[in-house]
Design a protein around this ligand. Sequence first.
Ligand code: GLN
Length: 478
Amino acid sequence: MNLTELTIRQTHEGLKKKQFSALEICRAYLDKIAKEDKKINAFLTVTRESALLQAKKIDEMILSGQEISLLAGIPLAIKDNILVKNVRCTAGSKILDNYIAPYDATVIKKLQERGAVILGKTNLDEFAMGASGENSAFGPTRNPHDLSRVPGGSSAGSVAAVAANMSCGALGSDTGGSIRQPASLSGVVGLKPTYGAVSRYGLIALVCSFDQIGPITKTIEDAKILFEAISGKDPLDSTSLEFKFQSSLPNFQIKEVCFGVPKEYFIEGIDPKVEEIIQKAIKKYEDLGAKIEEISLPHTKYAIATYYIITPSEVSANLARYDGIKYGYSTIQSKKSKLKSLLNVYLESRGEGFGEEVRRRIMLGTYALSAGYYDAYYLKAQKFRTLIKEDFKKAFQKVDFILTPTSPTPAFKLGEKTEDPLKMYLCDIFTSPVNLAGLPGISIPAGKKGNLPVGLQIIGKPFEEDKILQVAQTFETI
Ligand code: GLN
């Protein structure tokens, strides 16, 4: 049996039946990382000692006959913008190169309470800004299906770790598509929860009004297990909410489901093979008896522009705290003799500590929020955000779910889009509207172009993750 190929559910069953120990599982993954990750670069930090220690604890529990939870002894990888106490947390940035997390994120606490084994922290585009994994200060992550290609981003390391069997499951964060788009490009399952379904406490903020943490897994069932574990209201995040999640829906009938297919999502520029795979997926649902209806989300064409005003605006505010004094990288030590003023420390530390894309967004956002431009840009973008939200609301009066491609193309070559930020921004064309509207969405493997995976996106109503997962499972099963 190849231990690193098992799903969370299979690993759990095997542990319960004592087919293998948690320590064996943990070692198998650590070996796999040692062997594979030199070429993939999914991990920024491997927490070997604490992982082995935790696995040993779970083995003792099993030996003493205690009930174990579904996640006990399950090795997981965590995106490096989620805090794990006493472990380095870089957000993929030089500015946080030496930052040690002083506390656990709520999602980490929840995983640890259930006995999960944290293997390490995964690579990402700097502060989660990017769609390819190439904006990390620690070098790009590569797509396990084709090493000359990107895995997608920003949760690049998390998807690559799962796709390459270097982790049983992972957590990512999604602000404009960073769980779903890389999941699509790397052939794994990625769920972006409803805004407010999962606590953001301990997630390094990119855009507070969009960010959500979510699961990245090999199967839908595993995504369900992880989502159930991390979701729910958290007193430490006032935007989080209590809601009812049903882990099984016994009365669910695909024949009673009506899917909407937005005409604005099948546009020029979409790879014909991607379109074909998605149309086939839609047809499969139809063959099962589901109703398919064409719908319109008329403001879709403004989504990227809206997203790329609001995102830089919040970025410019959220990243103001990295000033060379409070956190991480500072020129105070290196340039002591030449320091002229406190302002110089700020400017130089930020100038040297942040990468190009981060600096670009800080400047764009500062501009969009400045007096005289605020109304023309930020305020206008917020109005469009409302219109985009209304589009979905109207559509969901008629249909239960919306089916779209996750990404207009499969994985592209490293370096292909790095010179042109706009091209990179367009990677989020089908995913960012979902964040603008605060809705849940999942990307599931739907087919392949050659050896490159293509993902289907299923968008649902707020807090209907259970139904989305059910519908996704129906597809996975056939
Ligand atoms: N690619 C998008 C961006 O660069 C989405 C990032 C994300 O979801 N974190 O902003």
